[in-house]
Design a protein around this ligand. Structure first.
Ligand SMILES: [Zn+2]
Ligand SMILES: [Zn+2]
Length: 98
């Protein structure tokens, strides 16, 4: 179970629904990245739990953008990937995403 937050850019109205930080469900671990090529922020799966135990996390060696499969990604700093304006939290919901 994770929490997702809607962020909206006050400038260009771009919005995305992401966890906004490192998060994990029962088996998958995600973190929020921004793709400089697609200009989107997205939760990217960075690893899996091999057991229901934090010490048994297995992180992926290579992660890539969900959309373009490219590697031009970095940890999202809550800055709009379209226009470089700080985005505002506009909603929150609890999701089951395993
Ligand atoms: Zn924007
Ligand atoms: Zn991309």
């Amino acid at each position: 179970m994770g929490k997702q937050t809607t962020f909206t850019c006050p400038e260009c109205n771009y919005s995305c629904v992401v966890s906004g930080e490192a998060d994990r469900g029962r088996v998958s671990i995600t973190d929020t990245y921004v793709c400089r090529d697609c200009k989107i922020a997205d939760d990217i799966s960075v690893g899996i739990m091999t057991e229901e135990n934090e010490k048994k996390m297995k992180l992926k060696d290579e992660i890539c953008c969900n959309e373009c499969k490219g590697k031009n990604i970095e940890i999202w700093d809550k800055i709009c990937p379209k226009c470089d304006t700080p985005m505002k939290m506009t909603g929150e919901r609890v999701v089951h995403w395993d």
